[in-house]
Design a binder for this molecule. Structure first.
Ligand code: AMP
Length: 122
């Protein structure tokens, strides 16, 4: 299957990976809405909320809590949005949960710099 995120899981396409285990991979979105925009994906291919197995959903939930702790520790955002786009709103057809932090001040930083700061706190 020609799936971008499956290729990232296999290491065929590079990613700014922050955390992974047997079930999930967490990495920086390359086109972040805000500093520290993270995607959490299952290592098994699912389309979206309609077909993902409960076991994976739980692992994604656990990993998202870990990533929010990491963001809190590193950047102290004022809040978060958790989004899973479906249908025409979903560009990449492999389930992914967006963790989008929100800040009270301007927060533009290079992806590489954001990644290094988060990695230092992992
Ligand atoms: P969605 O519209 O919910 O499918 O969002 C797909 C997200 O994947 C977008 O926010 C993209 O910026 C992000 N994205 C696309 N390609 C990559 C990539 N190679 N590495 C990291 N994020 C990506």
């Amino acid at each position: 299957m020609d799936c971008l995120f499956c290729k990232i899981i296999k290491g065929e396409i590079p990613s700014y990976t922050l955390y992974e285990n047997e079930y999930v991979l967490c990495f920086l979105d390359i086109n972040p809405v805000n500093k520290g925009h993270i995607l959490v994906i299952p290592k098994k291919h699912f389309l979206d909320n309609s077909d993902i197995e409960d076991e994976y959903l739980l692992k994604i939930h656990e990993a998202s809590k870990k990533m929010i702790e990491l963001l809190d520790k590193t950047f102290k955002p004022s809040g978060y949005r958790l989004i899973q786009n479906n249908g025409t709103l979903q560009e990449v057809k492999h389930y992914h949960l967006h963790i989008i932090p929100s800040y009270l001040e301007e927060n533009n930083e290079e992806l590489e710099e954001v990644y290094n700061k988060l990695k230092n706190n992992c």
